[in-house]
Design a protein. Sequence first.
Length: 319
Amino acid sequence: MEKYTQLTYFSSKYENIVIALGMFDGLHIGHQEVIRTAVKKAQEIKGTALVFSFANHPRAVIVPEGAPHRIGCQSVRLRILKNLGVDALVEIAFTSSFAETTANGFIHLLQQYFAPKYIVVGENYTFGRGGRGNPNLLKEQSGRYGFHLIVCPPVLYGGVPVSSTRIRALLAQGDLSHVNAYLGYPFTVTGTVIHGQERGRTLGFPTANVSLHESYESPPNGVYAVMVVHKKHSYHGVANIGNNPTFGGYDRRLEVHIIDFSGDLYDSEITVSFFFKIRDEQRFSTADELIIQIKKDKEAAIKGLKESFRLQENISMVI
Ligand SMILES: Cc1cc2nc3c(=O)[nH]c(=O)nc-3n(C[C@H](O)[C@H](O)[C@H](O)COP(=O)(O)O)c2cc1C
Ligand SMILES: Nc1ncnc2c1ncn2[C@@H]1O[C@H](COP(=O)(O)OP(=O)(O)O)[C@@H](O)[C@H]1O
């Protein structure tokens, strides 16, 4: 998959462009439906499946104080798009001047740079200044510009449309099984392993530490059963998100004890996929009490991950 951060004349670079439009924050099963539809259509017409999106959330420019945190990090987003079969991703910066583009101006821009044969959107897709453009406007203009429009109905889960807003709420509750069902893949954090206090090894549970960025969503503080991928090998693990209150508190971070692993992970990249929450983070009176609890957490993770094997099926989406 090629990635572009600037608009250029894609229509002279690629044949028969099928363009999927949207912010696609989180790439949940509803977004995947739109993108899969575009990929399928591109295969049918021997064309190019292209996703046109933004590098930053438009709401971060339009209503900075109400800007949502992003769901999932950029490297996971790229892997999912590649695994869905997207040929090209165009992710431009959404600036305050771009926000002034009218809905008709945006359709004109699509024609100018992409000359798409097909445009694929979700039913609730809006675009252009004030979000005034919608699928009806695209339909009205399709004849004039010579593209076909495909509108995908919302994907439902438990009778309710899947949305990024709903996923954020479920994540805040630590409800990873529903988050993962809505995403269609396990919620995943990637990062470079950094140094901590070197206390983990003295407790008998070394933990690979990864920073959490504030502009991205993360599960609430607590202990989780996870799968870790490092250099194409996957492992079960038990992770803590929090501040280590037992030891006086540090910056909030993710720490993972990888089961049946030994080796040096500093400065290398790990991928941590979350499956279920085991408990809240606690302040223990002594290190020994924490050690006893971590042993129980590890057993709970091993047991739960073994029993919920089907949950792990879609991990291939993110690696
Ligand atoms: C499964 C697991 C559960 C943990 N639970 C807690 C907890 O409830 N409270 C706490 O203060 N620290 C908890 N920790 C964090 C340990 O305090 C931390 O791993 C230890 O201090 C090592 O830190 P270091 O990586 O900086 O060496 C947990 C760690 C793991 C691996
Ligand atoms: N099973 C394991 N799980 C996690 N990290 C491990 C494991 N075995 C060895 N390590 C290494 O040990 C380091 C963590 O040890 P720890 O004492 O917690 O140090 P730190 O406080 O720097 O994280 C990891 O960064 C990794 O390099």
